[in-house]
Design a protein around this ligand. Structure first.
Ligand code: PMP
Length: 413
């Protein structure tokens, strides 16, 4: 039976009460691309703009001080949310992509050279792949891949050999395409034993499960606010203080300086050393509100809810397999995030997504920014349904009904 908490959560998200132009209820199954926003987050943005909009850090007047306090309080909330030892270890960025690029340009260019290697995986989103390809080309370092099996689980048999000479391991925590979860408890200590630094792309984990950067002992971790009930245009990089202290700035200009003369510049302390120019003040405050909201629900509850829902969906979809539905990834819901990729007979994933849209069911179709993985798996595209705290069994039922309709439209059995 559905948890009564579900209905209360759904009521927190105004968009979930809307219908499409055909009068169909919004069945939003694309949270891996971007999540919906609860009223509390939307209200925090309006409150900022209506009551204390001002630039931060330099203003002496009341609303500027209030904006500065709220902006820095939001950073502290994010630090607590991922259990960073120190608030200064949280750097605001636009998104996961910018956080990874910060590490690539700052840490990467300063620390890598010919003879060094970067180890990533075959599962990566382009955001955690293209920066390393470019860094390898610039520095002469080699780029290597941990292989994935047909279920998208990492194959660690040759990990020791792959780690030889590696200075950076950059990997996704949860695959946005197939939902598999990387065994960080195995990989991180072995990477450290080889003297490598570990960066985790947590775009699909921080929103969905408890993530503790100290327990995981990761060196860098990147995430996006818009996937965790926060606004677009705000994300963060966590980095261990000693690493961040030793790194040169990424972008330069105002705010990231301590003192500037015509000849030279000294840089600001952490975290501001990495925050050049006026920050995205409103959206950082909004992300703070999102973290408050998620914490009040409880990350343990959200993870358990998504496992329950994924198990329910995997089971419900099984009924369509005889008609040609192919679901990818492991059948064990506890071993995956709330992301299910599939294809249906020879219906192109985009056509499938269009039919589902007529029923109000929003899924993504395509390569999900993982073109090398699609090529390796031999999938031209997949349709992907992804879940979050506000997703219900009724949403999964609507997906199954819409797929049934698509089968009829395309004459599949
Ligand atoms: N990594 C993963 C695993 C993702 O799912 C995404 C978003 N699809 C990103 C990185 C990039 O996130 P953003 O576009 O917010 O930078």
């Amino acid at each position: 039976a559905a948890d009564p908490k579900e209905a209360r959560i759904a009521a927190d998200f105004p968009i979930l009460a809307t219908t499409n132009s055909r009068g169909k209820r919004l069945v939003y199954l694309d949270s891996a691309a971007s999540s919906q926003k609860p009223r509390a987050v939307i209200a925090s943005l309006v409150d900022y703009y209506e009551h204390y909009n001002a630039n931060i850090h330099r203003g002496v007047y009341e609303i500027a001080a209030r904006a500065t306090d709220a902006f820095e309080a939001a950073r502290a909330k994010v630090a607590r949310f991922v259990n960073a030892a120190d608030t200064a270890e949280i750097i605001w960025t636009r998104n996961t992509t910018e956080a990874i690029n910060l590490v690539s340009f700052s840490w990467g260019l300063a620390n890598l050279g010919p003879g060094d290697a970067i180890l990533t995986t075959q599962l990566e989103h382009h955001s955690n792949l293209v920066p390393w390809q470019l860094l390898a080309a610039k520095t002469g370092a080699q780029l290597r891949y941990i292989p994935a099996d047909a279920d998208g689980e990492l194959v660690l048999d040759d990990l020791e050999t792959l780690l030889d000479g590696v200075k950076l391991v950059a990997l996704t925590h949860v695959s946005n395409t197939i939902g598999s979860i990387a065994p960080l408890d195995v990989i991180v200590p072995r990477a450290h034993a080889h003297g490598a630094v570990v960066l985790v792309d947590a775009a699909q984990s921080v929103p969905h499960m408890p993530v503790d950067v100290q327990a995981l002992d990761v060196d860098f971790l990147a995430a996006s606010g818009h996937k965790m009930c926060g606004p677009t245009g705000i994300g963060f990089l966590y980095g261990k203080r000693a690493l961040l202290e030793a790194m040169p700035p990424f972008l330069t200009g105002g705010d990231m300086i301590k003192r500037v003369s015509y000849e030279t510049t000294s840089f600001n302390e952490l975290p501001w050393k990495f925050e050049a120019g006026t920050s995205n003040i409103a959206d950082a405050i909004g992300l703070g509100a999102a973290v408050d909201y998620l914490s009040a629900i409880g990350m343990e509850w959200i993870r358990a809810h998504e496992i329950r829902l994924t198990a329910y969906a995997l089971d419900a979809l099984r009924g369509l397999e005889a008609r040609g539905l192919h679901v990818y990834g492991t059948r064990d819901a506890a071993r995956r995030g709330g992301v299910i990729s599939f294809n249906f007979g020879d219906i192109h994933a985009h056509d499938l997504a269009s039919i589902l849209d007529t029923e109000g069911v929003c899924v993504r179709a395509g390569h999900h920014c993982t073109m090398p993985l699609m090529e390796k798996m031999g999938w031209p595209a997949t349709a992907r349904a992804s879940f979050y705290l506000y997703t219900t069994e009724a949403d999964v039922d609507a997906l199954v009904r819409a797929l049934d309709k698509a089968a009829g439209v395309f004459g599949l059995g």
